[in-house]
Design a protein around this ligand. Structure first.
Ligand SMILES: [Zn+2]
Length: 425
């Protein structure tokens, strides 16, 4: 378990108390209303069903329940506390990024290393330049009002760009969370659950049931390897893939998918996974939680995002070829992992001079690569068998899950020398 700094924890709790939950809920409803109508327009109204959203009070969590299975009337549930946690991260990420750039040599050191030292798109500021039009249209008036206030206030360290970054990251994290839940619905995962309790459609199927909280740290008094629910863990990766694809489509459809928002998307997704890390061990052994280790989830999601974006950049002629596209997405990935890793460590982890790399970032290094691949390989058969079923009943005809599976296999073949994985970034 990564060590939590108690003082930092108290500061986070204080921050949460200062957040105006009513304002955050209003902003969230603006974004979620759009996502609900998109889902109904493209999927559920065609089937005579309807998707709706609930924002209850309680511990941070999200999930899905069904008012009806046929026609499908799913209810996506996202707890307000989870939304305010997301907002808190979005609120502070630009400030911490600014401190990392201004008070440390983190970014200078990165940019001095080849190949980044020659790249025109490597940006020296704490966050990329963000035009007002990149913020959700209905949130833009509130955002620009706050931005103007910061610009006018001489003692404010933040500028308009930082405020826009907050709003965009809040939207991206929320959209990703919604689309993850929608992924479970579209892939009809309730059909694949094995226990009777899990098949009660009227119950809300929460991502983090109470029984999931302490499994990893519980002392079982045995040295037997932990046996997790591997089919369930595979389904979480499948929902993550759907979330990644739909978030990209959502940004593209609103004309806001560009270099700057792509960087913030990597940062947002990384913030989400690192949020879950507190429940996990500092190793990549198979966990007993229903979700795989967040470092693995992040690695698989990032690979799909990079794969998708390489295609996108080449297809739109934003780069001359896949090699250049790979450089762009690798820069963004490396930088996002660095900044979010340090962001989390600065705010949560107990650290001193001798700590070295933050705990989560250590799991992303070469030293843990073999464990990471072993974990992924263990889940592959469960992904393949369930995906074969899911593709027979997927609710969205134009999904990219075949492509995602193909990417995973290409990576696997590339490692074992069984084929060309050069396209896989
Ligand atoms: Zn899930």
């Amino acid at each position: 378990m990564n060590k939590i700094d108690q003082l930092k924890q108290l500061r986070l709790e204080e921050e949460s108390r200062l957040i105006d939950a009513e304002f955050v809920e209003q902003c969230a409803r603006v974004v979620l209303t759009d996502l609900v109508s998109w889902s109904n327009r493209h999927v559920f109204s065609k089937l005579g069903g309807e998707l709706s959203i609930e924002i209850p009070l309680g511990a941070p969590n999200a999930g899905v329940k069904y008012a009806s299975i046929d026609p499908p009337k799913p209810v996506v549930v996202i707890y307000l506390s989870m939304i305010t946690d997301i907002y808190r991260d979005a609120l502070t990420f630009p400030s911490i990024s600014q401190r990392l750039v201004g008070e440390t040599d983190t970014l200078t050191a990165l940019h001095e290393e080849p190949p980044w030292n020659k790249l025109p798109f490597a940006f020296p500021s704490s966050v990329p330049e963000l035009q007002p039009g990149l913020v959700h249209g209905d949130l833009s008036p509130a955002c620009e009002m706050l931005a103007a206030r910061h610009e006018e206030r001489k003692q404010s360290k933040l500028d308009a760009n930082d405020v826009r970054c907050r709003f965009i990251m809040f939207e991206l994290m929320l959209a990703w969370t919604f689309f993850h839940e929608l992924g479970h619905v579209l892939q009809r995962h309730y059909r694949l659950r094995t226990t009777a309790a899990n098949q009660d459609h009227a119950d809300v199927f929460l991502e983090w049931p109470e029984s999931d909280e302490t499994e990893d740290s519980a002392d079982t008094g045995t040295t037997e390897p932990v046996q997790g629910d591997l089919p369930a863990q595979a389904r979480e990766l499948m929902a993550d893939a759907e979330a990644m694809d739909l978030t990209l489509k959502y940004m593209h459809a609103s004309g806001r998918l560009c270099f700057a928002t792509l960087y913030l998307l990597y940062c947002s997704v990384s913030c989400m996974y690192q949020r879950f890390y507190q429940k996990y061990e500092e190793n990549l052994n198979i966990t007993k939680h229903r979700h795989p280790h967040p470092a693995l989830r992040e690695q698989v999601s990032e690979a799909f995002l990079s794969w998708s974006m390489s295609d996108y950049l080449v297809a739109r002629k934003l780069v001359p070829d896949r090699e250049h596209a790979a450089l762009v997405v690798t820069y963004i990935t490396v930088r996002a992992n660095l900044f979010v890793g340090l962001f989390r460590a600065t705010r949560i982890e107990a650290r001193d001079e001798s700590s070295g790399l933050p705990s989560y970032m250590r799991l992303q290094t070469e030293a843990h690569r073999a464990d990471m691949l072993r974990y992924q390989d263990t889940l592959m058969p469960y992904i393949e068998s369930q995906m074969a079923q899911v593709q027979q009943w997927h609710l969205l005809a134009s999904n990219r899950m075949d492509e995602w599976l193909e990417m995973l296999k290409a990576h696997q073949r590339g490692r074992t020398g069984g084929g060309d994985a050069s396209a896989a970034t």
